[in-house]
Design a binder for this molecule. Structure first.
Ligand code: KG4
Ligand code: ZN
Length: 343
């Protein structure tokens, strides 16, 4: 018998709702908060208020667009963290109220875990074990995934997330927010060997990441060659700087992920999260296919935040009878604090 899932995602600046019938996405509505652009980054209080103003419409659109009667929904799922607390509370309370009113089950879903499974949506299932790189605006984490819901964290960023570095460098370049897609686009016409921005190698744990050094070296480069250069703006090519910065980030991400794959003798790799939409990152990882690696990315629409991946993860929990409720963890800021091996 099939199950119908209604899912909500509001952890950051996307208000999203989806309907799934088992693993099939029947609808997936995403509303992105464009107004943060004028602040050069997300303003949490404004994000929460904007979620409140659209959640009803987005949820209704997902239900009506799915062709499914809302009386036939079996499970309601919502992101319970990590994320912006005010934003999370909007989606969580909406979903819980819906589940209480309809008398149906509620499942709280971890946002990062759902990014990991976003690679499965509408694509081949990745065989275990696999290495998962989750690379978003708030997180950069490398996992060894042994089975459903069985994760070992190998490394993570010690400072900025990779997406955050894209966003901050874009701000320095006066490009707007979110910076990742803008830099990705500019870099296509740039020379990535124009300047070498140093990568940091962390000695304590080789699988950890650091992006603040790259970001700072872009800042110093700009100060030296742009702000204090009498030649003025013409002296700098946004394309070349974007391409060179992107190369440094992409190289750090691919090198560490592939090192883990080699050391753990794992042939399957899954790369997800907002930065997995990056065209250069995809190209670099895909090169390893010739060495016998299987590389999976989400379909582009499931790279950045969406409710379909939340519903999909709820589907996996219901299918494999592991209906854990993460609800109590909503106040915990980072995935790193969850010890998944204990569940
Ligand atoms: O997963 P996501 O939508 O939200 C979080 O969970 O953080 O990721 C958003 C991040 C932003 O930092 C954005 O700049 C980055 O993903 N991003 C990209 C690209 N598209 C989105 N970064 C690099 N290249 C892209 N094409
Ligand atoms: Zn995300």
């Amino acid at each position: 018998m099939s199950i119908t899932i209604f899912s909500i995602e509001t952890s950051c600046d996307e208000t999203s709702a989806a309907i799934l019938r088992d693993n099939q996405i029947m609808s997936n509505i995403i509303s992105s908060q464009q107004f943060h652009t004028e602040y050069g980054g997300i303003v949490p209080e404004l994000a929460s208020r904007a979620h409140i103003s659209v959640i009803d419409k987005i949820a209704d659109a997902a239900i009506s667009g799915s062709g499914i009667n809302k009386n036939n929904i079996d499970i309601v799922a919502a992101t319970i963290g990590p994320g912006l607390i005010g934003s999370l509370l909007v989606g969580l309370n909406y979903a819980k109220s819906f589940s209480i009113a309809a008398g149906i089950k509620f499942i709280g879903i971890n946002h990062i875990e759902s990014h990991l499974y976003s690679c499965y949506i509408g694509q081949e299932i990745i065989e275990f074990p696999f290495i998962a790189l989750i690379v978003s605006g708030g997180h950069t984490i490398l996992f060894l995934v042994n089975d459903y819901f069985s994760y070992k964290i190998l490394g993570q960023t010690q400072d900025d997330a990779a997406g955050e570095a894209f966003d901050k460098v874009a701000k320095m370049l006066g490009l707007g927010y979110p910076g990742g897609p803008l830099i990705d686009q500019l870099a296509k016409d740039g020379n990535e060997n124009f300047h070498v921005f140093p990568k940091s190698y962390l000695k304590e744990n080789i699988y950890d990441f650091s992006f603040s050094g790259i970001k700072t070296s872009v800042l110093y480069y700009l100060k030296k060659n742009f702000i204090s250069n009498s030649a003025g703006p013409a002296a700098i090519s946004l394309n070349d700087i974007s391409a060179s910065f992107q190369k440094a980030v992409v190289t750090a991400l691919t090198e560490k992920t592939m090192l883990a794959a080699k050391n753990f003798n794992v042939k399957n790799i899954a790369v997800s999260g907002g930065v997995s939409a990056n065209s250069r990152l995809r190209e670099e990882f895909n090169k390893y296919k010739t060495e016998g690696y299987k590389i999976s990315f989400p379909k582009p629409v499931y790279s950045t935040d969406n409710a379909a991946m939340i519903g999909y993860t709820a589907y996996l929990y219901s299918k494999y009878s592991r209906n854990r409720n993460f609800e109590k963890n909503i106040y915990k800021p980072a995935f790193a604090r969850f010890d998944y091996n204990k569940f």
